[in-house]
Design a binder for this molecule. Structure first.
Ligand code: DQA
Length: 150
């Protein structure tokens, strides 16, 4: 069975209360519920992890290669700063989809640069909770391909 690791980065635990004008009213539980519903329908397994700590996210990615066929990640603020998360993705070589609720290119200049984008297979940004749903679809396709190649 395909297993996909989903990582929510810092402050995403506060969704629902956090800047609703930008991120909407959706909560992390609401996002996870939708992801799990798709996973059930498509008969795949998700491991969902949220952390506000860069090192914990690095550790999780480091252990992912043997356990998961793809990574769906919203690195949140670490998108713009974390060489360590970028390097963890490179080190494990896990097929990765980067997602953002907001359109990072329509916001402050410092959000226009993603350190993750060039080591991910692709990025989906700006569709609210649907970014995760499109992202999961992409991650499932990547996982299927990686299995058929092995
Ligand atoms: C975000 C965009 C980031 O710039 C920001 O730091 C976040 C959330 C998004 O999903 O739109 O925390 O990743």
């Amino acid at each position: 069975m395909i297993k996909i690791l989903v990582i929510h980065g810092p402050n995403l635990n506060l969704l629902g209360k956090r800047e609703p004008g930008i991120y909407g009213k959706v909560t992390i539980e609401g996002i996870n519920k939708k992801l799990n519903a798709i996973a059930k329908k498509k008969k795949i397994t998700l491991e969902i992890f949220q952390s506000n700590h860069e090192g914990e996210i690095v550790d999780k990615i480091g252990k992912a290669k043997d356990k998961h066929e793809a990574l769906l990640i919203n690195p949140a603020a670490y998108t713009h700063t974390s060489v360590a998360i970028r390097d963890a993705i490179l080190a494990t070589n896990i097929p990765t989809v980067e997602v953002h609720l907001s359109n990072i290119y329509a916001r402050e200049d410092f959000r226009h640069n993603s350190l993750i984008a060039s080591v991910a297979k692709g990025q989906i940004s700006g569709f609210g909770v649907d970014s995760y749903l499109y992202g999961l679809d992409a991650a499932i396709n990547l996982a299927r391909k990686s299995i058929s190649l092995t």
